[in-house]
Write a protein that binds this ligand. Structure first.
Ligand SMILES: Nc1ncnc2c1ncn2[C@@H]1O[C@H](COP(=O)(O)OP(=O)(O)OP(=O)(O)O)[C@@H](O)[C@H]1O
Length: 236
């Protein structure tokens, strides 16, 4: 049986402003489905929504919580629970080798060097990239780098994975490989995934899809219906 995510993400009376400009407004939203996708035009607010969930962006007004923990008051705990993967893996990898990057991500949770090393190796191994552990990160392909970025996040055993256009820079084969790995491990460990994407085939695989336009959720529900709405609205 497929484990369901046991996390609840809640938005209440949320507004995000940059100066006087309203970037996102969500009065009420509860997310509990294991696999959620977020679609919509450029600049609509998808990244802002994802970043609110782990406190990378703080609401100007209102509250966002992960399992009842406010993302501002409990930022560190929330970030440990909700891991973030960006489009550009190079931005997420700062150490010379994959192994060191995963160890770095574990520095707060595992104090002992040997424990950190074996946990980091397990994480790389789970993604099928153990042989890359001591290679130069700079010399890896984008597809390999994105798997390493994923390993740094999964090593912390998150209950939520926020994926912000994670396959945009990858070719078809690497994009599929990445998506399959995410799905396999998310299912295995019961991790909720929230994926912002322009890839509507990928978005369609979710259980629930949100369409964000001009800072508002304009459609929410069954992926097929929401994608149809998006296509209609975007028709030129
Ligand atoms: N720190 C910031 N200060 C000011 N404006 C910002 C900031 N961050 C984002 N924005 C603006 O907020 C709006 C929403 O941006 P966001 O990146 O969330 O959209 P998006 O739907 O993810 O877009 P894309 O599909 O292009 O990635 C955009 O108009 C963007 O220019």
């Amino acid at each position: 049986m497929m484990p369901s995510a046991s996390v609840e993400i809640a938005f209440r009376d949320v507004r995000v402003l940059a100066g006087t400009r309203l970037l996102l407004s969500i009065a009420q939203l509860q997310l509990t489905q294991r696999r959620i996708s977020v679609i919509g035009p450029n600049g609509g607010g998808k990244s802002t929504l994802l970043q609110l969930v782990n406190g990378l962006v703080e609401p100007t007004e209102g509250y966002v919580s992960v399992d009842g923990q406010d993302t501002v008051d409990h930022g560190r705990a929330v970030r440990q629970q909700a891991g973030f993967v960006f489009s550009n893996p190079a931005a997420q990898l700062v150490m010379p080798t994959p192994l060191e990057d995963v160890e770095l991500s574990l520095r707060r949770t595992l104090r002992e060097t040997s424990q950190r090393r074996s946990a980091a190796m397990r994480s790389l191994d789970e993604l099928g990239i153990a042989e890359l552990a001591e290679r130069s990160s700079q010399e890896l392909s984008s597809g390999q780098q994105q798997l390493v970025a994923l390993a740094t996040v999964l090593a912390l055993k998150p209950s939520v994975l926020l994926l912000d256009e994670p396959t945009t820079l990858l070719d078809l084969v690497n994009a599929q490989r990445f998506t399959q790995q995410v799905e396999k491990l998310a299912q295995l460990h019961g991790i909720m995934t929230i994926t912002a994407t322009h890839d509507l085939d990928l978005a369609a695989q979710a259980e629930r899809t949100l369409l964000i336009h001009d800072g508002e959720v304009v459609a929410d529900g069954d992926p097929e219906a929401v994608i149809t709405t998006y296509r209609r609205r975007s028709a030129v």
